[in-house]
Design a protein around this ligand. Structure first.
Ligand code: PLP
Length: 431
């Protein structure tokens, strides 16, 4: 049987006239579980993790999967089994890690708006580190820790202000955004933290953005972090670990981000050259571990050719795949069983009552009603951002391991959606 791989998607291939993820027929999975359906490849996730592990061979590094990219328990369990820690941004995420068998001591807690209740629960669970994002948060964390008779392990998120002129992309590490502590205030903030009895300083962290596809911003951020570590330690506060965050991009449409191991070879060379080769490291990759491990299968409901545009209406929508509507993001859309007919140009759209509900503009496809399409690169920031808008049930999720399929999340039901709601009026009203 002929096999044709898709560019940038080593675990997806056409075999004969059908699309496979690992050894699993996507057509067969859609028949078995219905659509829209998320299907993830375990091998793809493990290969992405292995690229980081290769890069770090022989070093003291904790990889903390940034689980907001895909927080399904079955996905968390895979990374926990491989020894990963987790970067969480809410008590909900922390609760998922523990439910999936992850270790509390390998959890780091990021985010600009941690509540006291979240801090308390995380301290009681014994998490590894709080990545603190503001001076006010330090004070509150100190109070909460003291009230429990504990010391909170902390890292301070710094804003390395990586220059947008040289690296013009979406960024969270720039002056003028809500994340982290400004460069100029970092040393005094560490001194303040060091003086608070409820805190124990562990490290320093940054996270400069997402879908980063060049090396230069990471190298710049590392340099700035090392400058800060030198300044903080010169002021008498030891820093035990350096956390460079996540953000490495993936190939959605021909982008060529660095391989994790090659990027880290350069970053480690920089650490060595600057005398920090023995320092413990942490990283927080999200998208790059799971993004290209998943597809979303969807059925073509109707074709609606028009004078200006041809619409291909599918059964997945912006509630399942929010990235196009939210970020004008591009995800490849390919047929599960290609037709030999000539291609036409389609607007691929969902059924939701919003003009923003589109999945792809100007896509060349040979499709007919009832065909199955696969939206690629759907492993990150899709299901974890899915909603019930239009009272649509969230999709089911399947994890493929070779030819075996595990259902890791059932399709939601309408009863699931209405479970928490109450009718305010008595069931029968006398008139
Ligand atoms: C979102 C986030 C990450 C992961 O980002 P990716 O682009 O998915 O790798 C890591 N750290 C923090 C603090 C984040 O907010």
């Amino acid at each position: 049987m002929s096999s044709k791989r898709l560019p940038g998607q080593p675990h997806i291939a056409y075999r004969g006239d059908e699309l496979f993820l690992e050894e699993a027929s996507l057509n067969a999975l859609a028949q078995q579980f219905g659509t829209p359906l998320f299907v993830y490849s375990k091998a793809a996730m493990m290969a992405a993790l292995a690229a980081y592990q290769r890069g770090f061979a022989g070093r003291k590094v904790q990889i903390c999967y940034a689980m907001k990219a895909n927080s399904t328990l079955g996905v968390i369990q895979l990374f926990a089994q491989e020894g990963c820690g987790f970067d969480v941004v809410s008590l909900g995420e922390l609760t998922r890690v523990l439910a999936a068998g992850g270790q509390a001591s390998r959890i780091i807690f990021s985010g600009v708006g941690k509540t006291r209740a979240e801090m308390r629960a995380a301290l009681q669970a014994g998490i590894g580190c709080f990545n603190v994002e503001s001076e006010a948060e330090l004070e509150v964390l100190n109070e909460v820790a003291l009230s429990l008779g504990r010391q909170a392990p902390v890292s301070i998120r710094v804003n390395p202000n990586v220059d947008p002129q040289t690296h013009p992309y979406i960024s969270t590490g720039l002056k003028g955004n809500k994340f982290g502590i400004a460069h100029e205030r970092v040393v005094q903030t560490y001194q303040r933290a060091d003086a608070l009895p409820g805190l124990r300083i562990e490290g320093i962290d940054c996270h400069i953005g997402s879908q980063i596809i060049q090396e230069a911003p990471y190298l710049d951020a590392m340099d700035r972090m090392l400058d800060l570590v030198q300044a903080i330690e010169a002021a008498g506060v030891p820093i035990h670990h350096i956390d460079l965050g996540g953000g490495l991009g993936i190939d959605y449409n021909g982008e060529t981000p660095p391989e994790a191991d090659q990027l880290w070879a350069k970053l480690l060379a920089k650490l060595d050259a600057r005398g920090f080769g023995q320092r413990a490291l942490m990283i927080e990759p999200g998208r790059s571990l799971v993004g290209n491990a998943g597809v979303c299968l969807t059925e073509v409901l109707y074709l609606k050719p028009g004078e200006q545009k041809n619409f291909c209406i599918v059964d997945a929508a912006m509630n399942d795949l929010p990235r196009p509507a939210m970020y004008q993001a591009y995800q490849q859309i390919v047929p599960v069983k290609p037709r030999s007919a000539p291609e036409e140009t389609w607007e691929v759209v969902g059924p939701i009552c919003e003009s923003g509900d589109w999945l792809g503009h100007d896509r060349n496809l040979a499709v007919q009603q009832g065909d199955l399409l696969a939206v690629l690169s759907a492993g990150a920031y899709c299901m974890s951002m899915a909603s019930n808008y239009n009272t649509r049930n969230r999709a089911a999720e399947v994890l493929v391991e070779g030819g075996h399929a595990h259902l890791i999340r059932e399709r939601e039901s309408y009863a699931d959606q209405m479970r928490l709601e109450r009718l305010p009026l008595a069931a029968t009203i006398a008139r």
